[in-house]
Design a protein around this ligand. Structure first.
Ligand SMILES: C[S@@+](CC[C@H](N)C(=O)[O-])C[C@H]1O[C@@H](n2cnc3c(N)ncnc32)[C@H](O)[C@@H]1O
Length: 215
């Protein structure tokens, strides 16, 4: 019997139908993000489910997210936290933050979340008060990743995990096309791949998540 590989969209749909099923609240958050005119740059349901799994794999009690948008990824991760866990999330846009705050209430996770509104480089100083973290998820401006990554390494214990979203940048990192943002993502991936302070891998679902475990 020969095994034929189905098209990758079919594989994605199969995996998502089993392991990344959104409930009504997550579906509402995702759909309203679009209706409210926010950019469609949240993680996919599959990536959200993967982040939730990471929270559990790390036995994370303290999570930091840089880049909230409407809180879709935040809700996936917050739901996976234990009862005494908390998640600090940073968002520069007051409009995005206001929508996210409403979504946290809608999902019933508002008690677990501290939302810091402002530029990440400034808000990380405030986030330090809640450190150390077990898991740090980067999903904001890609040019800022090297700075957030160094900050993360200083605020994670050994065994702590950094997850950085958009590591594939639509697949362009693997091609020959160049632009400032593609080069920023390529250079960040290379830096992490060569960093002896971590063990790392690029998980290719969705737009790619770079996972680095601090040694
Ligand atoms: C890709 S979206 C986050 C999506 C969200 N993690 C999710 O999957 O639902 C990036 C967010 O980061 C915010 N952002 C971008 N640069 C930032 C910075 N320097 N400081 C804080 N927030 C920033 C943007 O306003 C945007 O809401």
């Amino acid at each position: 019997m020969s095994l034929e590989t189905p098209p990758s969209e079919q594989i994605q749909a199969y995996i998502a139908s089993l392991f990344a099923v959104e409930d009504e609240v997550l579906r509402q958050i995702r759909e309203q993000t679009v209706e409210q005119g926010l950019p469609q740059i949240a993680v996919s349901a599959e990536e959200g489910a993967f982040l939730a799994l990471l929270v559990r794999l790390c036995r994370a009690r303290r999570v930091l997210e840089v880049g909230t948008l409407a809180g879709y990824s935040t809700v996936w991760m917050a739901r996976a936290l234990p009862a005494d866990g908390y998640l600090v999330t940073i968002e520069k846009s007051a409009v995005h933050a206001e929508i996210a705050r409403r979504n946290f209430t809608l999902a019933g996770v508002e008690g677990k979340i501290r939302l810091l509104i402002g530029q990440a480089n400034l808000m990380l100083k405030k986030a330090a008060a809640f450190a150390p973290y077990d898991l740090i998820f980067l999903d904001a401006d890609k040019e800022g990743y090297p700075q957030y990554y160094e900050w993360a390494l200083r605020h994670l214990p050994s065994g702590g995990v950094i997850a950085a979203h958009n590591a594939l940048w639509g697949g362009s990192v693997a091609g020959n096309v160049s632009s400032p943002i593609i080069e920023a993502v390529r250079s960040f991936n290379l830096r992490v791949a060569r960093d002896e302070r971590v063990a790392a891998h690029l998980y290719p679902a969705g737009d790619g998540t770079l996972i680095a475990v601090k040694k």
